[in-house]
Design a protein around this ligand. Structure first.
Ligand code: ADP
Ligand code: SF4
Length: 688
C-alpha cells in the first residue's frame, strides 16, 4: 500500500554531524535487560528494530569503566577491548538494514555501589550512593577527573571501532556522573568544577569536546540531557538552569536528545500521563540550537508525529516503548498500514524486565526478548505445514493472541467467548480509572482477526465440555481465564481464611463487573492488598472517588510494592495519600466481626481492630479450570470424537500478568504443528 503523503516528512533523511539518518524515526537508548550478559539476544533485538524501519537504533547505557558497574543489572559494557565484539554484533545487525547505530556511554557516578567490581564509587562530592547500599562515593580529585575524561575517550574510541555512528555524552536520569556534576544538590565542590553553573557544566563541556576530538571526524557526538527533574527548585528545571545549559552548549554537540529525569518521570505510565507528556518541558530546545533535536513521549500516532515535525518542535521522533511494542511502527507508516500499528499501552512491564535483571518482556509484543533465543519475529511466523482447525475458548489476551497468531500461520480458527465483548480481563481492567489505554491489547488483536478470512468469532457463546466434545474440533485451546478469590488466600494467608463474613466481602471482579454500587455500607471500606501490584490501588482510587472512606491494608511496608519495577510506586502511593486513603502497612488479617476487622502485625503479635463496613480482598486468583477437569475426565473419548489435543493457556493455566497471558497464547501458536516444542537457545554466559 502507498504511504499517506501527510507522513512524508517523517521519511526525510536528516544530517547529524558527519552522518545522515535515513528518516526521522529514532529509537533512543533503552535498556533491554540483556546488555553484556546476553549479547546475541541484544544484537538480534536491535537488528529487528532496524529492519522495522527505525532510522537510528541505540543501545542501552554502556558502562565505560569498572568504577561504573551497575551489577546485577544487565547493561552494556565497554570496560576494555574485550567488550568490542559483542557491540560489533549490534552495529552489524543495525547496519544490515541501513540504519545508524548509536551508543550511550555512561559513568554511573553515585548511582551505583559497584557491587561486582567493588571499586569505590566516584562522585563530584563525598556523598552516599543513591541505591539502598550502605556505601558512600568519594569526591573526585583533579586526577580522578582527568582519568574519567580519559576513560570516556577510550570508550568512545572503542565504540567507534565497534562500528557506532553516533556516540553519546550522557547527562540524564540522575544516573550519570556528568549529570551529577551538573546538579547543585550533588555537586558541593568549591573548585572550578563546582559552585556556579558555568563551573558545574565544565566537565560536561570538556567531555563533549574530548569526544568530538577523538571520534568526531566520522561519528556524530550526541548529548542526552534531562531538561527537568520535576523537583521544582530542588532540581534542574526546563525554564531555569536547563535553558542556561543548553544556551551555553547549544552548537557543541551534533544532536540534542532531551527528556525528563529521573527514569520514573521519563518513562511515565499511561495511568499517570498521556502521549506527548514531555512536550511542555522539551519544546523550547529547538529555539536555542540549530542542531537536530530528539524528544520522546510515548508517541504512537503518526498524525502527532507529523505535527511535531511540521511545527518544528522536534527533528526526530524519539521512542523507546513504542519501538518495543511495535518494532515495525515506521515501516507500517511507510507502507500505508497505520491501522496495523500495535500501540504501546504504557504499562511498563518492559521496565520491570530490566529492573528485575532479566531480558525484557512486553504486554503488547510477545516476541520482544525472544528474537534470538526462540527465533520469534514480530511480523513473520512460519505457516503451518498442514493447516488444521482450532477451537479457542475464551477471548481474553491469551485467547485473542493465540487466535491471531494461529490465523497468521494459516490455521482455521474458531474463537468463542461467553461474554458480550472481547478482551476478558483487559476489557474489565481498561474500564478502571486511567487504565483506558490497556484496551489496545484487545483492540489490536480483534482488528487483526477481523481482517483474517480464516477466523470465525462468536460472542455470547458459553461452551460446556459437552459442546466441545460434540464439535469434535481437532485442537482445543482453553483460555478461560481466572477469577479473584473471595477467601483471602494469597501470599501471606496460604489457606482460605475461616472468619470472613461473606455478606460484606467483595473481590475486584465484583467491582469491575458490577461497579462501586455493590458497596452499600457507608462505613469505611477496607481494601486488603496481598497482590502488591496495581489492582488494589486502582480500586482504592475508584472507591474513594465514589465518596467512601477507604483504608488500605497491606502486609507490605509500602503500597503496590511490585510497581517499583514499573516505575510507578511513588506516584501510586502519592495519589492514594492525596485522595485521603488511610494506609496501614505491615498488617495481615486476623479476624472479622460485625462492622470491624482485626489486623495483626506481620512481624510481631501486636493486633488492632478497625472499623470496616465492606472488605475488598485483593489477594490471588483461582484458575477457571472446570472445563479442563471435565474434558480431562473424558479423555478416553477424545479420539472417537476427533479431538487430538486439549491445552490450557494464559490465566486458566496459571494466573499471571497480562503480558504473560499474551505470551502464553503466542507460544501456543508458535508451537502448533510441531511434535516437540521448538528448542529455546541459551546464551551460556559463565559456562567453562
Ligand atoms: P486470559 O488473561 O488468560 O486471556 P481472561 O480472564 O482475560 O484470561 O479471559 C478469559 C475469557 O474466557 C473471558 O472473556 C471469559 O468470558 C471467557 N470464558 C471463560 N469460560 C468460558 C466458556 N466456558 N466459554 C466461553 N468463554 C469462556
Ligand atoms: Fe509499552 Fe507496556 Fe510494551 Fe512497555 S511493556 S512497550 S509500556 S506495552
Amino acid at each position: 500500500m502507498a504511504r499517506d503523503p501527510r507522513y512524508d516528512s517523517l521519511f526525510e533523511p536528516v544530517k547529524i554531524g558527519p552522518v545522515t539518518a535515513p528518516n526521522r524515526f529514532y529509537q533512543v537508548p533503552h535498556c533491554t535487560g540483556m546488555g553484556y550478559r546476553y549479547p546475541k539476544s541484544e544484537a538480534r533485538l536491535r537488528g529487528i528494530k532496524a529492519e522495522g524501519g527505525w532510522g537510528v537504533v541505540s543501545t542501552q547505557e554502556t558502562e565505560i569503566h569498572p568504577t561504573s558497574d551497575i551489577s546485577p543489572a544487565n547493561e552494556a559494557r565497554l570496560w576494555d577491548d574485550r567488550d568490542i565484539p559483542a557491540l560489533r554484533a549490534v552495529t552489524d545487525a543495525v547496519h544490515e538494514h541501513g540504519s545508524l547505530a548509536a551508543i550511550q556511554l555512561v559513568h554511573n557516578g553515585l548511582h551505583t555501589a559497584n557491587r561486582y567490581s567493588r571499586a569505590v564509587p566516584l562522585a563530584p562530592s563525598d556523598v552516599v550512593v543513591d541505591s539502598d547500599d550502605p556505601v558512600q562515593a568519594r569526591a573526585m580529585d583533579k586526577s580522578d577527573i582527568k582519568a574519567f575524561r580519559r576513560w570516556h575517550v577510550e570508550a568512545a574510541l572503542r565504540a567507534k571501532e565497534a562500528g557506532f555512528d553516533i556516540i553519546y555524552a550522557y547527562a540524564g536520569h540522575d544516573m550519570s556522573l556528568l549529570h551529577h556534576f551538573l546538579l547543585a544538590r550533588h555537586n558541593h565542590r568549591t573548585d572550578e568544577y563546582g559552585g556556579s553553573l558555568e563551573n558545574r557544566l565544565r566537565l560536561f563541556r570538556e567531555v563533549i569536546e574530548d569526544t568530538k576530538e577523538a571520534v568526531g571526524d566520522t561519528c556524530a557526538v550526541a548529548v542526552r540531557m534531562a531538561v527537568d527533574e520535576l523537583l521544582g527548585t530542588e532540581g534542574m528545571q526546563h525554564d531555569a538552569e536547563a535553558r542556561d545549559v543548553i544556551e551555553a552548549l547549544a552548537e557543541l554537540p551534533d544532536l540534542w536528545d532531551v527528556n525528563l529525569s529521573d527514569w520514573s518521570n521519563d518513562s511515565q505510565t499511561s495511568r499517570f500521563s498521556d502521549e506527548g507528556f514531555q512536550e511542555k518541558y522539551t519544546s523550547f530546545v529547538k529555539s536555542i540550537t540549530t542542531k537536530p533535536v530528539v524528544g520522546v513521549g510515548r508517541y504512537t500516532s503518526p498524525d502527532t508525529m507529523a505535527r511535531l515535525i511540521k511545527k518544528g518542535q522536534l527533528d526526530f521522533i524519539g521512542a523507546a516503548r513504542p519501538s518495543i511494542a511495535d518494532p515495525f511502527l515506521p515501516k507500517k507508516i511507510k507502507t500505508g498500514r497505520v491501522e496495523d500499528i500495535r500501540e504501546c499501552i504504557g504499562c511498563n512491564i518492559c521496565t520491570a524486565g530490566d529492573n528485575t535483571c532479566v531480558p525484557m518482556r512486553c504486554t503488547q509484543n510477545p516476541t520482544i526478548g525472544e528474537e534470538w533465543r526462540r527465533g520469534w519475529h514480530p511480523e513473520i511466523i512460519p505457516k503451518l505445514k498442514t493447516p488444521e482447525q482450532y477451537l479457542i475458548v475464551g477471548g481474553g489476551p491469551a485467547g485473542l493472541e493465540a487466535a491471531r497468531a494461529l490465523t497468521q500461520r494459516g490455521a482455521d480458527v474458531i474463537l468463542a467467548d461467553k461474554a458480550d465483548t472481547w478482551g476478558g480481563r483487559v476489557t474489565l481492567e481498561s474500564n478502571l480509572p486511567e487504565l483506558n489505554a490497556w484496551g489496545r491489547v484487545r483492540d489490536w488483536r480483534v482488528w487483526q482477526l477481523q481482517q483474517a478470512s480464516n477466523a470465525e468469532m462468536y460472542l455470547n457463546s458459553s461452551l460446556s465440555a459437552q459442546d466441545i466434545l460434540e464439535y469434535g474440533i481437532p485442537n482445543v485451546v482453553l483460555a478461560a481465564g481466572a477469577k479473584w478469590r473471595k477467601c483471602g488466600q494469597g501470599r501471606v494467608h496460604r489457606k482460605p481464611l475461616p472468619f470472613l463474613d461473606q455478606t460484606c466481602v467483595f473481590t475486584p471482579d465484583d467491582l469491575m463487573k458490577k461497579g462501586v454500587g455493590v458497596i452499600k455500607s457507608k462505613a469505611p471500606v477496607v481494601i486488603y492488598d496481598d497482590d502488591r501490584f496495581y489492582m488494589a490501588s486502582v480500586l482504592a482510587e475508584m472507591i474513594a472517588a465514589a465518596g467512601h472512606k477507604v483504608v488500605f491494608v497491606t502486609p507490605s511496608p509500602i503500597v503496590a510494592a511490585w510497581s517499583e519495577n514499573t516505575l510507578e510506586q511513588g506516584r501510586i502511593q502519592t495519589r492514594l495519600i492525596e485522595l485521603g486513603v488511610e494506609i496501614i502497612p505491615i498488617k495481615q488479617l486476623s479476624g472479622m466481626d460485625s462492622g470491624a476487622v482485626s489486623l495483626k502485625c506481620v512481624y510481631s503479635n501486636q493486633t488492632q481492630t478497625i472499623e470496616c463496613g465492606s472488605l475488598v480482598l485483593v489477594t490471588s486468583r483461582a484458575p477457571e479450570d472446570m472445563l479442563w477437569s471435565e474434558l480431562k475426565g473424558q479423555e478416553a473419548c477424545w479420539s472417537d470424537v476427533g479431538i487430538k489435543s486439549v491445552m490450557r493457556i494464559g490465566d486458566c493455566l496459571a494466573p499471571s500478568l497480562i503480558a504473560n497471558a499474551v505470551q502464553s497464547g503466542h507460544a501456543y501458536a508458535q508451537a502448533a504443528g510441531y511434535d516437540e516444542i521448538p528448542e529455546v537457545k541459551r546464551e551460556d554466559y559463565g559456562r567453562v
